[in-house]
Write a new protein. Structure first.
Length: 554
């Protein structure tokens, strides 16, 4: 066996990588020490060789054909294990392209330079821009930075966008400074546009590469903050008060309600028994609640009643004071710790501050979008860092109380990014129940299930971090200088940053077969001859076979 790819790890990310390589027609050998039985059976059924064991064992690497492999991808769930596998592979075969999975992106950049690792990529770092874009309502498929300039790749229907006034692709590029990648028409596959003079139809959908600032200016124009009506603000205060009320113990709530019922009865009693005015009766009632003695010439029944009222009043006032104290102390601590205040509306609620959730919070904060983080574990690994960037709410986001404390009724979107698909789905449905107009983004591993959820349950976007990240891992193993890769229908799109070498110098972009020049020195690519050393972003396309689940379905 030669020219094959070795994948270490068959978890969520590794499984997607193996499937995508197989769909590209590549031969794959897997080394994994832990594997779910159904994944093992599926991979072997499609001709993938699986070696069960620790990939840090030199013998297993040699058994997998390391000496003749074209690339190795270390994609286990442990960063240190991936680093060790990469070191072993480089020691045994220094010329082998090695791609490893690593959460810490600063360490990843150091490893790419110091150890000459081909690429070190983070699943959450690759997936977060797509989750962020989905939360903000953009049809964005990928985001990346090239030459310190952020770019996005998205899909837009011609008839519901500023593109509707354009007749040709050339007009799109000139008028909107958008870099068109491909066009999808009803009944046709998504394919690269053959000519800048290609006519656009209202039913077309375009896959577009654009600078982030140009995309935002066209498809996500900033809107002036609207003043909330007085009644809506009062309603929000009542909802917040209700959330605080529900946090108190049930026994104290019962005592408080009992006291609220007793107060008017006491006022009436004093008014009749002592022949007092209603004002004086109310004054004496409140004084009694605070433990003041209202009179000594009353009978034993009235005195016992006053004693009971004093006890109930003391308990209730202590409860009210504790609620106010908690609120004031929480606000003061937030100021002392440097945490931002709770936004009044228009924010994104991110639930599940794990690897993906943490990256999504960072992305939103960098974009200037207000965020509220929610996590059920008060001792989560990333919470101390997130607390300095956004308000943090502890609790189960499937409960209305937690969602109310996170300000969900006035939020623009919710991102459910926990590690449990069923929990994420429950959060999405609970959020839609509390706020029917909110945009819901949930993290789901299974692609077919995600599609059904979007269609049947009204979830706006069901994404999988492993599905988003896998194409870039695969492209980085097969190509050099990959900026980003993603799947559109049955095509793998690879964005490659490179220089125009001697083999391209003097040729026009249109004369190059198999590639599409998208950017030249940061500008939209014209058709003038290429000069050596020009900085380019190149688009590559690879046809994909059906997914494994689709093939099994057939």
């Amino acid at each position: 066996m030669s020219g094959h790819c070795i994948v270490c790890g068959l978890g969520d990310v590794g499984y997607r990588i193996v499937e995508l390589l197989h769909r590209l027609g590549e031969t794959v050998v897997v080394i994994t020490d832990e594997v779910r039985e159904e994944r093992l059976q599926t991979a072997e059924a499609f001709g993938v060789r699986v070696i069960v064991g620790d990939a840090r064992n030199d013998r297993l690497l040699l058994e997998a054909g390391l000496e003749s492999a074209q690339a190795l991808i270390a994609a286990t769930n442990e960063d240190l294990a991936n680093i060790e596998i990469a070191l072993d592979a480089r020691r045994m075969r220094p010329d082998l392209p090695v791609v490893l999975r690593l959460f810490d992106q600063r360490l990843a950049h150091q490893l790419e330079t110091s150890l000459e690792v081909h690429r070190a990529l983070g699943t959450s770092a690759l997936a977060a821009p797509s989750f962020t874009a989905a939360a903000l309502g953009d049809a964005v498929l990928a985001g990346f930075t090239f030459g310190s300039v952020p770019y996005v790749v998205g899909r837009q229907p011609v008839n519901r966008s500023p593109l509707s006034g354009c007749a040709t692709v050339e007009h799109v590029a000139k008028r909107f400074r958008l870099l068109t990648l491909a066009r999808e028409r009803p009944g046709e596959t998504l394919a690269p546009l053959p000519s800048s003079e290609e006519l656009l139809l209202p039913s077309d959908r375009l896959a577009i590469l654009s600078r982030k600032r140009d995309w935002d200016a066209l498809f996500s124009p900033p809107s002036a903050p609207e003043k909330r009506p007085v009644l809506e603000r009062i309603s929000g205060l009542f909802r917040r008060g209700a959330a605080i009320w529900l946090e108190e113990p049930l026994a104290l709530r019962i005592v408080f309600l009992a006291l609220c019922a007793i107060i008017p009865l006491t006022v009436l009693l004093l008014h009749v028994y002592f022949d007092l005015t209603l004002t004086d009766a109310f004054f004496l009632t409140i004084a009694t609640l605070h433990g003041e003695i209202t009179g000594n010439d009353t009978g034993p029944g009235i005195k016992l009643y006053e004693i009971l009222l004093m006890i109930l009043g003391s308990i209730t006032l202590a409860t009210v004071y504790s609620m106010l104290t908690d609120y004031l102390v929480e606000s003061r601590l937030r100021k002392l710790l440097g945490g931002p205040p709770m936004p009044k509306g228009g924010h994104v609620v991110v639930v599940g501050i794990g690897h993906v959730g943490f990256r999504v919070v960072e992305e939103l904060v960098a974009l200037g979008v207000p965020v509220v983080a929610v996590d059920a574990d008060p001792d989560g690994f990333f919470l101390s860092t997130v607390r300095a960037q956004a308000p943090l709410v502890s609790g189960d986001a499937r409960l209305d109380d937690t969602l109310l404390r996170a300000g969900l009724p006035h939020a623009r979107a919710v991102v459910a990014a926990t590690g449990d698909d069923s929990v994420n789905l429950g959060i999405g449905l609970a959020a839609r129940r509390v706020n029917p107009d909110i945009r819901t983004v949930v993290r789901l591993f299974d692609e077919e299930f995600a599609r059904k959820v979007e269609q049947a349950l009204g979830v706006d976007a069901a994404l999988g971090s492993s599905r988003i990240a896998a194409p870039t891992f695969v492209a980085a193993a097969l190509f050099s200088n990959v900026a980003k890769a993603f799947v559109l229908k049955d095509q793998l799109f690879v964005l490659q940053g490179r220089k125009a070498g001697p083999e391209w110098a003097g040729h026009t972009p249109a004369s190059l077969s198999g590639v599409h020049i998208l950017l030249r020195n940061g500008e939209i690519a014209g058709d003038s001859p290429l000069a050596a050393e020009e900085e380019l972003i190149v688009g590559l396309w690879r046809k994909l076979a059906p997914t494994w689940s689709e093939q099994v379905g057939r």
